[in-house]
Design a protein around this ligand. Sequence first.
Ligand code: HEC
Length: 122
Amino acid sequence: MTRHVSVLLFLLAAAAPSADAGQAADGLTDQQRLGRQTLSQACGVCHLPPARGARTYGPPLSMAATGGNDDLMRKVIMEGTPRMPAFKYFLQPAEIDAIVAYVRTVPAPAPAAAAPRGDTRQ
Ligand code: HEC
C-alpha cells in the first residue's frame, strides 16, 4: 500500500509540470502548438530573434505576414523565395498548416518597432 502511494505521488509529480505547460498557460490548440514547435525547429534560425529586439535574417512572422493571406504563406513555405529555402520536401502539409495556424496567433509587431524612426537600413 505505502509503495502504491509513493508510486502515485511520483507519477503526479512527474505529470504536473507538463500538464501546466500544455494547457491554460498559452491558450493554443494542439495544432498551433505543433506549429510553434515546428517553426522554432525549422524556421527559428532566420525568423526568431535570439534575444529580444535582435534583428533576424528573415522578417518577423506574425498575423500580418504575407498580408494576412494564408494561401500565400503556404506557398512561400513550400516554394521558398530567392533568400529563403523551400520546405515542400522537408515538411508535411499538416506541419505547414500548423505553422500557418500558429503564426496567425502571433500579434503583429508595433509599426514603430518594425521600422524605427530614423532607421537607415542599408
Ligand atoms: C535561411 C533563412 C530562412 C529560413 C530557414 C526560413 N526563412 Fe522564411 N524568409 C526568409 C527571408 C530572408 C524572407 C524574406 C523574403 C525574401 O527576402 O526572399 C522570408 C520570408 C518568409 C515569409 C514571408 C513573410 C511576408 O510577410 O512576406 C514567410 C511566411 C516565411 N518566410 C515563413 C517561413 C517559415 C514558416 C519557415 C520555416 C518552415 C521559414 N520561413 C524558414 C528566410 C528564411
